[in-house]
Design a protein around this ligand. Structure first.
Ligand code: AP5
Length: 216
């Protein structure tokens, strides 16, 4: 079977992580989220985490050289041999060029880009009501829970926490950074890679179904 290389693209909160997890379990390929890698480093207080913490809490971007090094190590690792889903990288044109260089070294072509398209109002609504279960890491939207005190995945009570970068002023800054610095990366891939654009306002299952149809 052909190696599947996917790049999930879209604004913060468009649903990249949600869809990447579904695709990862369907296709048995790893979900590589640079945000998750950085958050783990922050919680473990590693050297990387200490550098990244304040940058992430302000909704700014961690420097390209650091991110390039992280992605290089992951893409050269054995776990990415069957394929991978990149979520949150590249976020700058410079990062896209770094990824190009790595893929040439591995002798791989361009990934398929899945763009989740959402307007800013939807993003602000979604991220303001996003919570993460502190017990199992499950991500929810408080507005869609029947019981907003209980994790539907592990049953933990009152375990939901809000990401520091999901405060409204930081969400707005993340959106600015997205429009100014990250959105142009999509143009970088036009005429180079297959780009699949999907309306991110659709329900989770419908977005997932459209992705499956487009990939088959
Ligand atoms: P990162 O973790 O990548 O954050 P992000 O891109 O801002 O993405 P999010 O995780 O906020 O959203 P998502 O699109 O994954 O949406 P989700 O599925 O969770 O990065 C965090 C920070 O790390 C950055 O700001 C930066 O500082 C740093 N960083 C990371 N990578 C970097 C890089 N390459 N370079 C430099 N710095 C980097 O869904 C959101 C919510 O909506 C959830 O509540 C979910 O349940 C709900 N939802 C999802 N889909 C739907 C749907 N279809 N309908 C209804 N609700 C939905």
């Amino acid at each position: 079977m052909k190696k599947l290389q996917i790049l999930m693209f879209g604004a913060p909160g468009a649903g990249k992580g949600t869809q990447a997890k579904i695709l990862s379990s369907e296709r048995h390929i790893p979900h590589i989220s640079t945000g998750d890698i950085l958050r783990e480093a922050v919680s473990k207080k590693t050297e990387l985490g200490l550098k990244a913490k304040a940058i992430m809490e302000a909704g700014e971007l961690v420097p390209d050289e650091i991110m390039g090094g992280i992605i290089r190590d992951v893409l050269f690792s054995d776990k990415c041999k069957p394929g991978y889903i990149l979520d949150g990288f590249p976020r700058t044109i410079n990062q896209a060029n770094i990824l190009d260089g790595i893929l040439k070294e591995i002798d791989e072509g361009y990934p398929i880009v899945i763009e989740l398209d959402a307007d800013d109002e939807l993003i602000i609504n979604r991220l303001s009501s996003r919570r993460v279960c502190s017990e199992c890491g499950y991500i929810v939207n408080l507005n869609s829970l029947e019981d907003p005190t209980t994790c539907p995945n592990c049953g933990a009570k009152n375990s939901f926490i809000k990401r520091k970068d999901d405060e409204e002023d930081v969400i707005k800054n993340r959106l600015n950074v997205y429009h100014q610095t990250t959105k142009p990366v999509l143009d970088f891939y036009r005429n180079k890679a297959k780009i699949i654009s999907i309306d991110a306002a659709l329900p989770v299952e419908e977005v997932a179904k459209k992705i499956t149809v487009e990939l088959n």
